[in-house]
Design a protein around this ligand. Structure first.
Ligand SMILES: Cc1ncc(COP(=O)(O)O)c(C=O)c1O
Length: 403
């Protein structure tokens, strides 16, 4: 590790970015050049253990041989990106078929570019059935930053400054079975007509908050009894990070519609075929289903997760991580740790302390990110090994022994 971070090449790139591009949610001065397994290398040759998997988007880590093989297959193919809902491709059909093996029975998929668009299309499917009624969403939720999805996002005020909303009702995201507001959705449904209930099961950007079992099961029960679609947003949690394909599997429920993206490499709205819009062309987009390389990598990703039993690895490695992190609670402002599988949040007493520790970890060679007001998110690639988990934990232990 070159301790002068950022190094000279990285510094140049960052200066160019700041001059010509929007300075977005960059957390630290890391310019990614390459990577192997769960290690990312920056432009100056510094190496970092990756506890972020690019927020779940790189479940197989970096330079995975299966992914490299797919990329090589396309290196001489000049029709790698097509108008994917105007022209068919094999990759589109293959991914749809592969995804159906991990979806609830009788589900179909619609592929799109991003997580936000996956949520937008989930909402559109619900509106088509129910009409333009308010949607229900949770405090602390994150469902994307496009204008429709943003209404249902409530994790940070900066997202919504001067922003008009489509009709919405908010309920508390309950993390305890004893929460007195656990039946708020039922009361809302009794008093109002609503178009859908939309929630994550593990809130991502909201701080890695794990929903109470009773809360999710009650949402399912009441939405079913009022005939209102339940949309579960699995953009961050989906495809194995909680140790199951979908976080909702931990709760013994099935949604009517779900959104996925990140680990899948493309956005996907998956829906019970009873909800399929009758008119053709009511859902479409130019690039949706048309990034052939991404679709092929997405399909291979699912196959590798199955072949290499990576859901089991996520459960095992998540258990080791959680136990190791529990030992840090009480140290240097760490007030809580919680998670499911390889999606773990470590909460600090203040945002300032959390941010300081993320920078220290970065300088120590470990990549983590913030989530919510004062939590640190840990979501390593599914391929992480015990040695890498232990190396990451010891960097954390060192950072949390200093003031
Ligand atoms: C749960 C959830 N939904 C939706 C989104 C939006 O996805 P994208 O950034 O691909 O639009 C995110 C992104 O972080 C997310 O975590």
């Amino acid at each position: 590790m070159n301790h002068k971070l950022p190094g000279p090449s990285s510094r140049q790139v960052i200066a160019k970015m700041r001059k010509h591009a929007y300075d977005s949610t960059f957390m630290y001065p890391l310019v990614i050049a390459n990577g192997h397994d769960c290690v990312i290398e920056d432009l100056d040759g510094n190496r970092f253990i990756d506890f972020t998997s690019n927020i779940g988007a790189c479940p197989l880590g970096y330079s995975h041989p299966d992914v490299l093989e797919v990329l090589a297959e396309y290196s001489t193919n000049g029709t790698h990106k097509i108008a994917g809902q105007d022209f068919y491709s094999k990759e589109h059909a293959d991914l749809a078929e592969e995804v159906s093996t991990i979806l609830p029975r009788d589900f179909k998929s619609f592929f799109i570019n991003s997580g936000a668009e996956a949520v937008e299309n989930a909402i559109k499917i619900a509106y088509r059935k129910m009409g333009p009624l308010p949607g229900v969403s949770c405090m602390g939720a994150f469902h994307g930053r496009t204008l429709g999805a943003l209404t249902f996002t409530f994790s940070r005020p900066v997202h919504k400054y001067n922003f008009p909303e489509v009709p919405v009702k908010r309920i508390k995201f309950c993390t305890s079975d004893d929460d007195p507001e656990i039946d708020a959705a039922e009361a809302l449904l009794r008093e109002n007509k609503v178009a859908f209930i939309l929630t994550e099961v593990v809130q991502g950007e909201g701080g890695y908050n794990v929903a109470s079992r009773k809360f999710i099961r009650r949402l399912r029960k009441s939405s079913k009894s009022y005939g209102v679609p339940l949309i579960l947003d699995e953009v961050q949690s989906g495809l194995g990070h909680t140790g199951r394909w979908w976080a909702f599997e931990h709760y013994g429920v099935t949604p009517d519609i779900l959104s996925a993206a990140k680990a899948l490499q493309v956005g996907a709205t998956a829906y019970d075929r009873k909800l399929e819009p009758r008119d053709r062309a009511s859902l479409s987009s130019t690039w949706g289903g048309g990034s052939r390389i991404d679709m092929a990598v997405g399909m291979r990703t699912i196959r590798v997760i199955k072949r290499d039993r990576l859901l089991d690895n996520a459960t095992r490695m998540g258990g080791i991580l959680l136990r190791g992190l529990q030992e840090l609670v009480g140290r240097r402002g760490v007030v809580d740790v919680r998670g499911l599988g390889l999606m773990i949040g470590l909460e600090f007493d203040t945002k300032a302390r959390r941010d300081k520790k993320i920078m220290e970890l970065f300088r120590g060679g470990l990549l983590t990110l913030g989530a919510g007001q004062k939590s640190l998110r840990i979501i390593p690639p599914l391929v992480i090994t015990k040695e890498q988990v232990e190396a990451g934990l010891s960097i954390m232990g060192r950072a949390l022994s200093k003031a």
